[in-house]
Structures are given as structure tokens and as C-alpha cells.
Design a protein around this ligand. Structure first.
Ligand SMILES: [Ca+2]
Length: 198
């Protein structure tokens, strides 16, 4: 009887730990699943839904039709709080079929803040025709804004010197991997305890 009580207490303690961890840990924030188009464009590119996708049913296909730098822009009317996140992740691929093509396409992801500052990541990924997931860490920005609590705009830019298409899908901001590991550990402990108690 005493042993059973101890086990139950263990379960309660583990549940409590998980509850505390869950409250302090942040979840990933979906920027866009690309199941509908809510992005604005400039005259050098267009964006449309495409059934070729990485996640869900659609991706956003950005067609570069101009000669200047093309950009697709998602604007938030209310500033977003990304202060407990640590990286932006998304899936992408190009429609490049001519692999003799060696010129730059100068891809960039920019995040703008409400105070007018911004951060950008240059040259994400490689020229691939296969869906590829990329992680851009906040730490990899050598200088820039730390105002992650007031994100107002997310923007993909490309400056190709010929007409190409960039497919993008399932763009999100994710928390520190350490936090996720801790949560995973908590869940594992709980399962072990439950099995031991059974
Ligand atoms: Ca999608």
C-alpha cells in the first residue's frame, strides 16, 4: 500500500514538472502554411498557390518576372511577439532545370520590427529542385535588431537575372531546441512512470 502511494506521488510530481515546463516553454508559431495567399508582391514578382507542396495541400509559388529585386511580403497589423523563439524554419525549392546556370539568385529573408529596425538572412539554402527545409537561427544575425517582440513584416526577396520560380511552404518560428528537449524528457519520464505504475 505504501509503495503504491509513492508511485502515485511520483506521477503527481512528474505531472507538476511537465505543467511548469509547458507553461514556461513556448510553442512554434506558424507564420504561414501557404494554404491560401495573404502575401503582397512588388511588380518584379507574383505569388500564387501551387499544388506542388511540402506540407498540407499547397505551397506558394513565387514567379520572378521582372528585372529588379522581387519581394513577397506578409504584413501584420498587430506586432507579433517572437521574443521566446530562436529560429525561422521553412520549406523551399526552385524550378531550376538548367543546372549549367551558375549566376547568383541572391535569396534573402527579412524580418521587420515596429521600431523601423530589421534583420535579414542572406543566401539561405542551395539551388535545389527538391523540397528542402531550412533553419535560420536568430543567433546567426551578426548585427541587427533585437526587437523580436514587435515583428511587423516578413519578406522573401530574390534578385535573379532570369525568370525563375521559388516555391515556399510551412514557414514558422520555433523556440530553443533545448526547451523542446526538456519537454520531450518530461514526457518520457511520465510514460516511464505510468508504465512502472501499471
Ligand atoms: Ca502548405
Amino acid at each position: 500500500m505504501k509503495m503504491k502511494m509513492t508511485r502515485w506521488l511520483s506521477v503527481i510530481v512528474v505531472f507538476g514538472m511537465i505543467a511548469i515546463l509547458s507553461a514556461s516553454a513556448s510553442a512554434a508559431i506558424l507564420i504561414d502554411d501557404m494554404e491560401e495567399i495573404v502575401w503582397g508582391t512588388d511588380p518584379d514578382c507574383t505569388i500564387a498557390l501551387d499544388t506542388d507542396h511540402a506540407v498540407g495541400s499547397y505551397s506558394g509559388r513565387v514567379d520572378y518576372i521582372g528585372t529588379g529585386e522581387g519581394q513577397v511580403i506578409k504584413t501584420y497589423t498587430t506586432p507579433q511577439d517572437w521574443s521566446s523563439q530562436s529560429a525561422v524554419t521553412f520549406w523551399y525549392k526552385y524550378d531550376i532545370t538548367d543546372f549549367s546556370w551558375t549566376s547568383t539568385i541572391y535569396p534573402r529573408l527579412l524580418v521587420h520590427m515596429d521600431d523601423g529596425s530589421w534583420n535579414s538572412w542572406y543566401g539561405f539554402g542551395v539551388k535545389t529542385t527538391d523540397w528542402t527545409e531550412v533553419t535560420l537561427n536568430f543567433d546567426d544575425i551578426s548585427s541587427g535588431s533585437s526587437a523580436w517582440n514587435e515583428v511587423t513584416r516578413v519578406e522573401f526577396r530574390l534578385r535573379p537575372d532570369k525568370a525563375i520560380s521559388l516555391y515556399i511552404d510551412h514557414i514558422q518560428v520555433v523556440p530553443e531546441p533545448a526547451t523542446v528537449c526538456l519537454l520531450g524528457l518530461g514526457s518520457l519520464l511520465m510514460i516511464r512512470r505510468k508504465r512502472a505504475a501499471a
